[in-house]
Design a protein around this ligand. Structure first.
Ligand SMILES: [Zn+2]
Length: 234
């Protein structure tokens, strides 16, 4: 479950660049992330090659890499997008809350003034996206990644990358819940202000509270999905 993609971490940067496999991997991951492919969907090499205009070899390599990372699983001879069960989702959110909180604490201590300015610009720009859940979800990932980087702790960044990759296996974004986008943006502003004030405790609390609220939102979304699944007429 927690196998680390050793190849990705150890690939020497001096070797001649091979952009295609990385692109295919990134393209498929992005498609899972934004919900083009959902948990349970079958991924077929030739379909993916056509869709992304990439030859089959890099697609095959990307699929193998995604399977190694447990983002895809075997269903007979097919590869399908893995799904997280309720317990996995809960476990993931506990880890995410703690790691993101730590990232905010460290960012309050170590972020440069330029990084803080970039965070402010991002959060201001993202305010325009509150009615577009897919765009807001992408902006949300960029924003959180920027905080991870501002922690200036490479091991924490690696762990958070793994958590965020696994988050892609959730079928929906909590930002799609009614009113959540606007509230989440308010929380992002509070996080940035705490980091800018160099208040480690407040930054950690603001970010862990933000993740807790996202988790609660998702639990409510899942409950509603189960409900509508039982009563498809409504
Ligand atoms: Zn967020």
């Amino acid at each position: 479950m927690s196998r680390v993609p050793v190849r990705a971490l150890t690939m020497p940067s001096s070797r001649a660049p091979r952009p295609s496999p990385t692109d295919a991997y990134g393209l498929i991951l992005e498609a899972i992330d934004v919900g083009v492919f959902r948990p349970g969907d079958r991924l077929v090499e030739s379909d993916l090659a056509d869709r992304f205009g990439v030859s089959r070899t890099p697609i095959r390599e990307a699929l193998q890499r995604l399977e190694t990372q447990s983002l895809l699983e075997r269903d007979g001879r097919s590869l399908i997008v893995a799904a997280l069960d309720h317990n996995q989702m809960s476990e993931l959110y506990v880890v995410r809350r703690e790691l993101e909180g730590l990232a905010a604490r460290l960012a309050a201590q170590h972020a440069t003034e330029e990084e803080i300015r970039v965070l402010r610009l991002m959060v201001d720009a993202d305010d325009q996206l509150v009615n577009d859940p897919a765009a807001l979800a992408r902006a949300n990932r960029r924003f959180h990644k920027q905080i991870h980087l501002a922690s200036h702790n490479r091991y924490l960044v690696q762990q958070l990358d793994l958590v965020h990759r696994t988050m892609a296996l959730m079928a929906t974004t909590s930002l799609a819940a009614r009113g959540r986008g606007e509230i989440a943006q308010g929380e992002h502003h509070a996080i940035v202000e705490a980091i800018a004030a160099r208040d480690s405790d407040a930054a950690e609390k603001a970010l862990s509270d933000h993740i807790s609220i996202a988790f609660m939102t998702r639990l409510r979304q899942d409950a509603e999905t189960r409900e509508s699944g039982r009563d498809p007429g409504i």
